[in-house]
Design a protein around this ligand. Structure first.
Ligand SMILES: *[C@@H]1O[C@H](CO)[C@@H](O)[C@H](O)[C@H]1NC(C)=O
Ligand SMILES: *[C@@H]1O[C@H](CO)[C@@H](O)[C@H](O)[C@H]1NC(C)=O
Ligand SMILES: *[C@@H]1O[C@H](CO)[C@@H](O)[C@H](O)[C@H]1NC(C)=O
Ligand SMILES: *[C@H]1O[C@@H](CO)[C@H](O)[C@@H](O)[C@@H]1NC(C)=O
Length: 567
């Protein structure tokens, strides 16, 4: 390393240690407007959403309008750390290839001069989109505001205006003014619009309900829509119906009989997205989670890895509900400043209710398959204990792998200790090299030739007197030789009964991200990793097994992925 680089790094480290917190983002004023000179490509993704450079966080206001998908996002146009936040704006015809437009909303008025933060779009009758977003004034007071397209005939809706009657919703009546943000998409019921705003009071997480006849005059409902003690600030509430009988998505205002509702909140204290399934009691205008669906840290997550501030929208073109979520970096801030970018969005996923009605399922939108190139197949391949088999012939750093494992016998399954309820800790204790009965087996992604580096995505099966317990891990602990970066052993349980003795896994590998879908989308885990050896053409992919029971790779398809047209 040249002396200049060392000096540069040293200065960076000095500064980095001085970061302070704002809205849960570390703030580094000295980097906020430091434009990248050259974008480091080593860990740059090829098919995950990101702008050409700089920082992004929450996806905002996703929608489909007149044949075009829009995604907005919290964006720093000037640097690779959080700050100077505007609403970035990109459009697409297929959710995979994107074109960047000018920012849609920038701070300009007293009510948003210190922040144009997250929000949602609602499509009003006669096909008029409207954005609700949180503005932050110079005292840190948060209000809900609206913006509308300047010209509805512009097919891209490039320009958005903030009408003069903003803000629409002030934090009155005992609402915590510095914890009042992220308006949801609105829904229509019995002559009124309804919208949720996230908040916190004495550590109780709250989704406030507001109602309006005209979308302009809003009144706070007497009771919160839902709240839960000791869960801290609820960011980015998202509320929507799911069908009991089909994978089809539903319009947010759909109130038919054969539905359940989903309430998702982003727990600021945990920095993960949690959801419950429940019932919308329309007479009381309240949401009640099912008994089996718990609020807070012990609840269900969309993704058991890096995935936050997500938002869904209904896509009327293909009648599906699509989920966007922010995947942050796990490297050091000084790495982000050097590479000139930070933050990606996960691949958009369809969400629907599992037939067991206890959880949602997710799967990458089918449009992703258009990027698939060369394919390598494997079937009926035995994986004996201690073996790993290379999957050759694809670009392993940029790939889509879909595999079904078959477990010939469950006789050797290890006992599950009921105290092992923390999946991430269990995965840390029983990593990919810790021999078991059935498993660990799965994939070694972004692996170097001699396995100095790899991100293991694998299953491990346990049993109790009543059932099997399946653990899915995405373990980043060996992902990089670089010391000190965040390399967690992310994990979640997969709610399957194993009657057919099959477990499926799909992993999207994209240079510094491994996004995995276990059990057909029952358990999803996204890891960010920064290999030093397993990069570009030096990355390898293996299937492995370290359990006593031989596992069969029943069916494996692996595709090289092409680059998306990305902004
Ligand atoms: C609105 O957009 C249409 C289509 O791009 C364009 O022809 C028209 O001139 C625009 N109107 C204004 C007032 O900018
Ligand atoms: C209000 O929100 C702030 C965060 O902005 C939090 O620190 C404070 O504890 C909240 N006040 C109450 C009464 O909950
Ligand atoms: C849920 O729990 C409540 C309170 O314990 C009980 O009254 C109710 O019957 C339960 N509902 C279901 C569907 O089990
Ligand atoms: C993503 O980065 C890691 C490592 O710095 C943090 O631990 C997470 O809290 C963070 N996630 C979010 C949502 O900010």
């Amino acid at each position: 390393m040249a002396i200049w680089n060392l000096l540069w790094l040293y200065i960076l480290i000095l500064y980095v240690n001085n970061g302070r917190m704002e809205a849960s983002h570390k703030v580094y004023p000295q980097f906020q407007s430091l434009s990248a000179v050259n974008i480091r490509q080593l860990h740059h993704t090829a098919f995950h959403f990101q702008p050409p450079k700089n920082w992004i966080n929450d996806p905002n206001g996703p929608m489909y309008y007149n044949g075009i998908y829009h995604i907005f996002y919290q964006y720093n146009p000037k640097g690779a750390v959080w700050g100077n936040i505007v609403w970035g704006h990109s459009i697409s015809k297929d959710l995979i290839n994107w074109k960047e437009l000018e920012p849609a909303i920038c701070p300009s008025k007293h009510f948003d001069i210190d922040g144009a933060w997250s929000g949602s779009t609602t499509i009003l009758p006669s096909n008029k989109p409207i954005i609700l977003y949180t503005g932050v004034d110079s005292n840190g007071i948060q209000t809900q505001n609206y913006a509308v397209p300047a010209n509805l005939s512009d097919p891209y809706l490039r320009k958005w205006i903030k009408p003069g009657n903003n803000p629409l919703i002030d934090p009155e009546n005992g609402v915590n003014a510095t914890a009042f943000r992220d308006p949801s998409t609105a829904w229509w019921l019995n002559g009124r619009w309804r919208v949720l705003v996230g908040s916190e009071r004495n550590s109780r997480g709250i989704a406030y309900l507001y109602r309006s006849r005209d979308f302009i005059h809003w009144t706070k409902a007497k009771h919160p829509f839902h709240s839960a003690p000791n869960t801290g600030m609820w960011e980015c509430p998202d509320f929507y119906p799911v069908s009991l009988s089909s994978k089809e998505g539903l319009d947010p205002s759909y109130m038919g009989k054969h539905v359940k509702h989903v309430l998702k909140v982003s727990l600021d204290d945990a920095r993960y997205d949690y959801y419950t399934l429940g019932t919308y009691l329309t007479n009381d205008d309240k949401y009640v989670p099912d008994n089996a669906s718990v609020d807070g840290w012990a609840g269900l997550r969309y993704d058991y890895g890096n995935f936050y501030a997500s938002k869904t929208f209904f896509d009327p073109a293909k009648r599906r509900r699509i989920l966007w979520g922010w995947v942050n970096e796990s490297d050091f801030t000084q790495d982000d400043v050097k590479k000139g970018w930070a933050g990606i969005q996960a691949i958009p996923r369809i969400v629907w209710l599992d037939t067991n009605q206890r959880q949602l399922k997710q799967w990458p939108v089918e449009e992703l398959n258009t990027l698939r190139g060369e394919i390598v197949k494997m079937s009926h391949q035995k994986l004996k204990k201690g073996h790993h088999i290379e999957i050759q012939g694809i670009t392993a750093a940029q790939a889509d792998i879909d595999v079904t494992f078959y477990i010939p016998s469950l006789d050797k399954t290890e006992e599950f200790n009921p105290s092992w309820e923390d999946a991430q800790r269990l995965c840390a204790n029983k990593g990919s090299k810790v021999e078991g009965g059935v498993g660990p087996f799965g994939l070694l992604t972004l692996a170097s030739k001699n396995l100095e580096e790899y991100t293991a995505v694998f299953f491990r099966v346990f049993k109790t007197s009543k059932k099997h317990v399946v653990l899915l891990c995405s373990d980043a602990r060996s992902s990089s030789l670089e010391d000190g970066i965040y390399k967690p052993s992310f994990a979640g349980f997969v709610d399957v009964d194993l009657a057919d003795k099959k477990l499926s896994l799909r992993s999207l590998i994209d240079h510094s991200v491994v996004e995995s879908f276990g059990g057909g989308g029952k358990t999803c885990i996204t890891s960010r990793v920064y290999p030093t050896l397993a990069v570009l053409d030096n990355a390898h992919l293996y299937a492995f097994n370290n359990g006593d029971e031989t596992i069969i790779v029943k069916n494996l398809n692996a595709w090289s992925m092409n680059k998306a047209k990305m902004n």
